[in-house]
Design a protein around this ligand. Structure first.
Ligand SMILES: C[S@@+](CC[C@H](N)C(=O)[O-])C[C@H]1O[C@@H](n2cnc3c(N)ncnc32)[C@H](O)[C@@H]1O
Length: 273
């Protein structure tokens, strides 16, 4: 039977970090390229989680450069610390901190701030951008990755669309913290401007976030990524019907035998105005 336990972000990432890190590597590398990160640079990575793209940035800036990664969740940061130790990375400072609270990094002269799939989940993203602005050199750049509109992000919307056949679901609030808060480029541009940034580059990338050979693996991943509670409230046979719907839909979309879920992400670069 599929695992019905609600898991913490740390438990989730201890299980799925390796596959997601591999599948999303191109996104992190592209962010670092756009930020112009090379040897000797100082980089601040906000909402770094289990170290993306902070760990890659630390490798690029070594030996003289330094990377600081901030995240609210010390549990997921511990995964990043373990990976840094295993890879012999010594120039990465990982701190449990709210990016929106003024921190001692103001005036620290960072060359770049990165934030991959983080800004949209923050309760005060403009405050985090203002702090990033203060931590950057006048010539510094900020590079962020943000999910596009819901209908282009099936990893999140497909399982919910199928579940809506069986139960009422809360709608997606495009203004609240969540994956789609910055799906609207105008809102993003507005909030960046409020913090003293202007966008100088925008591009999109299709990113797979999970792939599996079997229906059961895929269903387990989707459940663990925030659907367990919604599903557990339903009778057993309804949960099973949803699982079959999801597997059927993913099999139709499958290429090369693997089941995949992901979506379109925007990568934006901003400079101080
Ligand atoms: C989807 S994860 C992205 C993690 C990582 N950057 C990646 O791409 O894998 C979002 C992260 O944002 C963090 N976060 C949310 N609000 C935050 C805040 N105000 N300050 C710092 N981190 C925050 C969460 O703890 C979580 O680890």
């Amino acid at each position: 039977m599929t695992d019905r336990k609600v898991v913490s972000p740390e438990e989730f990432w201890r299980k799925y970090d390796a596959v997601e890190t591999r599948l999303t590597a191109a996104l992190s590398e592209r962010m670092l390229d756009l930020a112009g990160i090379g040897p000797g640079a100082r980089v601040l990575d906000l909402a770094t989680g289990r170290g993306e793209p902070a760990l890659r940035a630390a490798r690029r800036v070594a030996p003289e450069g330094l990377v600081v990664g901030l995240d609210l969740d010390d549990g997921v940061l511990e995964i990043a610390r373990e990976k840094a130790r295993q890879s012999g990375i010594a120039n990465l400072d990982l701190r449990a901190a709210d990016a929106a609270v003024p921190h001692e990094l103001a005036g620290s002269c960072f060359h770049a701030v990165t934030v991959r799939w983080g800004l949209m989940y923050m309760s005060a993203p403009v405050a985090a951008l203002v702090n990033a602005h203060e931590a950057l050199l006048p010539t510094g750049v900020l590079v962020a990755a943000l999910w596009a509109e819901p209908d282009r992000v099936p990893y999140y919307t497909l399982p919910r669309r199928l579940l809506a056949r069986y139960r009422a679901l809360p709608g997606i609030d495009l203004e609240a913290p969540g994956p789609f808060r910055y799906a609207d480029l105008e809102r993003l541009t507005h909030d960046f401007a409020a913090a003293g940034f202007s966008l100088d580059h925008v591009e999109e990338m299709d990113v797979t976030v999970f792939e599996a050979e079997t229906d059961a693996e895929m269903v387990a991943w989707v459940r663990a990524l925030g659907m367990t509670r919604l599903l557990n409230e339903l009778p057993e046979d309804t949960q099973r019907a949803w699982e079959l719907d999801l597997a059927g839909e993913l099999r139709r979309m499958a290429a090369g035998g693997l089941l995949r879920l992901g979506g379109s992400t925007r990568i934006v670069r901003a400079r101080k105005t």
